[in-house]
Design a protein around this ligand. Structure first.
Ligand code: AMP
Ligand code: MG
Length: 341
């Protein structure tokens, strides 16, 4: 299949074309402030199935439904608790996804058979305009091949999806760089299922107590079921085998210096490259979690381009948005984590 490459311009041709393809049941990659999403009409089970096929996504991994006005949430869910309204007032449009009891309008495959649906309102002007122009709620997971690093630039989507989807809308680089924060509002206490651009402290400032699901920073134990099914799968992983090392940059440099070989590389912070003799790829500055979030997925893709087979990664702080960076990096490393004392 031919994949159209659309560039938004002042006359809105790209946005109109993307919306038209979506109304016809097509699948279109769109820029959002988190990562590029692969969108389809969330109310069309057949169109949603094409997303699963194009990504090679396991059927048990549900999708997030994207809307552009708060009131569009009502037909999608059975209940809108006061907490959802308060959060939307503070964080929408933005990188926060709310999990709520789903209505019977939501096709089974969107929710992967669960009784809940995840909803978010993106702030990226192009995503917002495409939802508005299509007049549809759009189901959209990240626009990458399942399991690989999420795409934060149109080029990443082209690399993974050319020939598999109807169009790619190029909106430049994503500002946040990691997927949205996912919060469940289905129980007594709100539960953070996936950290993202909206931090735990920000959620607590609106809600008071928020529980953090175990799977955020720990691997699932044998036989355990995931509250957020995405956490069950190997995720975000480049081809290289990554080991995360906790310690200061100089301690890590000393540890790494004991390893030699052709296919080794280091994933480190900007400015620390000179500490290492192995090839380095950077992902933001050490004391700036936002820059790490923006840089991580692109850096993982660059490691593959380098042909690295084994990568030593410096461990970021878990504070603020750093929790999301660690969540993604630990999964990319399949929880190979070493602590230097
Ligand atoms: P993606 O943004 O591509 O990583 O995919 C969406 C992720 O949101 C899934 O992997 C889940 O972890 C989470 N999610 C979506 N719908 C639900 C739901 N109904 N309940 C819990 N988590 C969900
Ligand atoms: Mg994804």
């Amino acid at each position: 299949m031919e994949t159209l490459l659309l560039k938004p311009s002042e006359d809105n041709t790209a946005i109109r074309k993307a919306a038209e393809l979506l109304r016809q049941g097509g699948i279109v990659a769109i820029p959002t402030e988190t990562v590029y999403g692969l969108a389809a009409n969330a109310l069309d089970e057949g169109a949603v199935n094409r997303i699963f096929k194009a990504k090679g996504r396991p059927q048990d991994n549900p999708l997030i439904v994207h809307i552009c006005e708060f009131d569009e949430i009502y037909p999608l869910v059975r209940k809108v608790p006061p907490a959802a309204k308060a959060l939307a007032e503070t964080f929408w449009p933005g990188p926060l996804t709310l999990v709520l009891p789903r209505s019977d309008k939501i096709p089974n495959n969107v929710s992967a058979g669960l009784d809940t649906v995840a909803v978010r309102m993106p702030s990226h002007p192009v995503a917002w305009a495409i939802i508005k122009e299509s007049g549809l709620p759009l189901a959209a997971p990240s626009a990458n091949i399942s399991g690989f690093p999420s795409p934060t630039a149109a080029q990443h989507v082209q690399d993974d999806m050319t020939g598999r989807i109807d169009a790619i809308v190029d909106g430049g680089e994503c500002e946040v760089g990691v997927e949205s924060t996912v919060l469940s509002l289905t129980g007594e206490v709100p539960v953070l299922l996936r950290p993202g651009g909206v931090t735990l402290a920000q959620l607590e400032s609106v809600l008071g107590r928020v529980e953090v699901n175990e799977a955020v920073l720990n691997p699932l134990k044998e036989g355990e079921t995931a509250a957020s099914p995405g956490m069950r799968h190997k995720h975000y992983a480049p081809k290289a085998e990554i080991t995360v090392i906790k310690g200061s940059a100089s301690q890590i440099a000393e540890y790494v210096a004991a390893h030699t070989g052709n296919d080794l590389a280091v994933l480190c912070f900007e400015g620390d490259e000179h500490l290492f003799t192995l090839p380095t790829v950077t992902f933001g500055r050490e004391n700036d979690a936002f820059s790490q979030a923006r840089g991580l997925f692109g850096a993982l893709r660059r490691l593959d381009e380098l042909g690295a087979k084994q990568v030593f990664a410096c461990c970021p702080s878990q504070e603020g948005v750093g929790l999301a960076v660690c969540n993604r990096l630990f999964r990319a490393a399949e929880f190979r984590i070493i602590e230097i004392r």
